[in-house]
Design a protein around this ligand. Structure first.
Ligand code: ZN
Ligand code: ZN
Length: 732
């Protein structure tokens, strides 16, 4: 055995390096210690120590402790058993154990242990404080921290650089910025570590400008302080400043660390800075960091959030060792960019590969279920949450479940989840009220709003969007006015475009055009295309050609590329019998060759989501679907259904053919649902546009002819078709 390899690093801790220690440190058993990989190895070394009688020396025991608390395969409980069987442990052993607690999942136990140390008669030293203060941070115990501050003072270690920085860090991390600042200001030793601790604290509290002031005063900025500032800006949502600082950092040639790159990528993701993101990616590749999973995950996130899901997916597939975060950012990226089907596909693959989802996964996948109407998968997730997160304090999962159920048309299930929530949050009230409103349960939605305010919860502007939606879908003009006014007068919110939008739609559809125009003229913000569009829609219902033309003119200015505006206008002319003008608008529309938003309807069968476009023949069961559709049309005709061909629809091609009308995406989805489910099963479909009048009439009849409940969500609301009528009472 080579004696020269015996480690001696610990020796300088020991105040009494008397002769026996010198003998001990060169003992061959210590070289074994340096080769230890896990606790099994360590226990062997321990028995070696016992064999040679070294186990009674504090030097040997300290070495054992050091392994137990600092090695990644260490074991704090073994360290404690060594400590507890040592007679009169010295300060080094105490410090080592406190360090172990500070790294463990139970830093709170360090406090009792520290008290034990106080009574032991050992002299506290500069190695004691940084770790015990770290424990105070972990358990957010400022009181304890203050007491320890007193001990530092008493022992006379206020001028010790590390202790000093640890104190500032303790105050800063527990949010006591005044105390942190006091310690900082009183000292002459303002090294980079204390600066950074203080900067971090300010950034954490959101006082990023105070942080910046200090940062600018720093004589020498280390990479940690740059990171603190960049991530501070990023977390405050001040992405441009974060990125500008990164630029500055590169200009002064400070090499970014992995944390810097992570903060910068997150800022790029949220600011949509694809160009800089690309630069970071090549920097990562050039510096051989391309296999760092955390960085690749951040890149995937950045690309997905910047809209480049292709590159995101490529990086994801290229990752050999995907961790849970990789899956989460990929799924979240798809959800974020509206690629819900892909999000579901990646989630299914994750289940195939037996990777357990966590809360973040579920929070990313639930909105995709909601958007696609994937109720079966949503239910599966609900069961999963019940099993794994029953005592969940984080209410966002429950809120997300309510939203999913409501959007999938299962309003009763949504209500059950909501009622089961012990602590209802503002967000959960908001999704519940909005869900009820979308289902046309206006009075229940308004009743819940009343209950919420009675319980002392203050609604926010999103709540009022839901409340106005409820009034809008039920045509409650007077109540709408009342809530709109109370939002401004009682709650002092300035109405946003969405609030105005619902009010103007409500007034317009009730035919109160004078009031609608008065509101538009009173608006402090410029009305957007949606507002002019809804007014245009109201003019179509009430055959108001003059105001329709005015609204259309405004809409064309804002959205010249929106074919919907031209279609609506031509429908107004058609309704008024002005055929020459209809032809004029339609010719213009065709000449422009504007891209229409294709109507798309999805239906979930056995946890798989199927999507249909108008006249779609891509589905593998296309033949059966069209056979069913023929049967449906035959029965509809027998029931006296005559399609109304006077109007042009979003989905329609230039030729106005009845054949096409019967092949609207919702009818294809319904036909597919009829052949894929048992008789009597409720069909749930989701359409991306507003359901058209023809399909609405047809679906009412289909519900009666086939004795099926059909729950359809369109862009605005839900329609429950049953026994030949619809829950919207033809008002939508
Ligand atoms: Zn239709
Ligand atoms: Zn309806």
């Amino acid at each position: 055995m080579n004696l020269s390899t015996a480690p001696i690093t610990i020796l300088h801790f020991l105040p009494n390096s008397n002769p026996p220690y010198k003998l001990i440190q060169t003992h061959p058993s210590f070289s074994l210690l340096s080769k230890c990989k896990n606790m099994k190895d360590l226990k062997q070394v321990h028995s070696h120590f016992i064999k040679f009688g070294l186990h009674n020396t504090q030097f040997a025991l300290t070495k054992l402790l050091e392994f137990c608390v600092t090695n990644q395969n260490g074991d704090l409980s073994y360290a404690l058993s060594i400590f507890n069987t040592t007679q009169e442990p010295n300060i080094v052993m105490y410090n080592m154990t406190i360090r172990g607690y500070s790294l463990s999942s139970s830093p709170n136990l360090a406090i009792d242990f520290y008290e034990k140390l106080l009574f032991s008669g050992n002299q506290l030293n500069s190695y004691t404080f940084p770790f015990i203060l770290k424990c105070c941070v972990k358990i957010m115990d400022t009181q304890m921290g203050k007491m320890i501050h007193g001990h530092v003072f008493k022992v006379g270690l206020m001028n010790d650089v590390y202790v000093h920085a640890s104190l500032i860090n303790m105050y800063a991390q527990t949010g006591e910025m005044d105390d942190a600042r006091l310690v900082f200001d009183k000292s002459f030793q303002r090294d980079a570590v204390s600066f950074t601790a203080l900067i971090n604290g300010y950034a954490l509290k959101g006082c990023i400008d105070d942080a910046r002031e200090l940062f600018d005063q720093m004589p020498e900025r280390d990479v940690v302080s740059w990171n603190a500032m960049i991530s501070g800006y990023a977390q405050m949502g001040r992405f441009e400043e974060a990125l500008a600082l990164f630029e500055e950092m590169r200009n002064v040639n400070v090499t970014p660390s992995v944390s810097t790159l992570l903060s910068v990528l997150s800022a790029c993701a949220r600011a949509g800075e694809l160009k800089l993101g690309n630069w970071v990616r090549s920097w990562i590749d050039d510096h051989g960091l391309g296999s760092n999973v955390r960085l690749v995950n951040a890149l995937i996130d950045m690309y997905a959030k910047c809209g480049d899901v292709k590159t995101a997916r490529m990086l994801f597939e290229g990752l050999e060792e995907k961790d849970l975060v990789s899956w989460n950012v990929m799924i979240g990226g798809y959800t974020h960019s509206g690629n819900y089907k892909e999000a579901l596909a990646v989630f299914h693959r994750m289940q195939h590969e037996n990777i357990d989802p966590n809360e973040v996964t579920l929070l990313s996948i639930l909105p995709a279920c909601a958007q696609l109407g994937a109720l079966d998968l949503g239910k599966w997730i609900h069961a999963y949450i019940d099993k794994h997160y029953q005592h969940l304090k984080n209410t966002s999962l429950w809120t997300s479940l309510i939203n999913m159920y409501a959007k999938c048309g299962a309003i009763t299930a949504a209500k059950q989840v909501f009622q089961g929530m012990k602590t209802k949050t503002l967000a959960s009230y908001n999704v519940m009220i909005s869900g009820l409103a979308m289902h046309g349960d206006a009075y229940e939605a308004l009743e819940l709003f009343r209950k919420m305010t009675e319980e002392g919860m203050k609604p926010d502007d999103i709540t009022f969007v839901s409340v106005l939606t409820a009034c809008n879908h039920a045509g409650l003009v007077d109540l709408g006015h009342e809530y709109f006014n109370s939002m401004i007068q009682t709650y002092k919110y300035t109405p946003k475009l969405q609030h105005y939008g619902y009010m103007i739609d409500l007034l317009g559809r009730a035919g109160k055009f004078d009031e609608a125009m008065a509101m538009i003229e009173s608006m402090e913000i410029k009305p957007d295309g949606a507002i002019w569009g809804s007014l245009l829609g109201s003019c179509r219902i009430h055959k108001n050609v003059e105001l329709g033309e005015y609204a259309a003119k405004n809409l064309f200015e804002l959205e010249p590329e929106n074919p919907g505006a031209y279609v609506l206008l031509s429908n107004i002319y058609a309704g008024a019998g002005q055929r020459d003008k209809v032809a004029l608008v339609r010719t213009f529309l065709n000449d422009q060759g504007m891209k229409k938003v294709p109507g798309c309807t999805s239906i979930e069968i056995d946890r798989v989501v199927h999507e249909f476009l108008v006249s779609d023949i891509k589905h593998p069961q296309s033949n059966e679907i069209y056979n069913m559709l023929d049967e449906v049309d035959r029965l509809l005709e027998m029931a006296g259904h005559v399609p109304d061909t006077s109007e042009v629809h979003y989905e329609m091609d230039e030729e106005l053919k009845e054949g096409k009308l019967s092949q609207h995406s919702e009818k294809l989805a319904i036909a597919f649902g009829l052949i894929s489910t048992k008789p009597g099963t409720t069909l749930r479909i989701v359409k991306n546009l507003r359901v058209c009048g023809n399909c609405h009439e047809a679906t009412k009849l289909i519900s009666k002819i086939f004795n099926r409940e059909i729950i359809a969500r369109d862009r605005n609301r839900f329609h429950h078709f049953k026994d030949g009528s619809c829950s919207c009472m033809d008002y939508w």
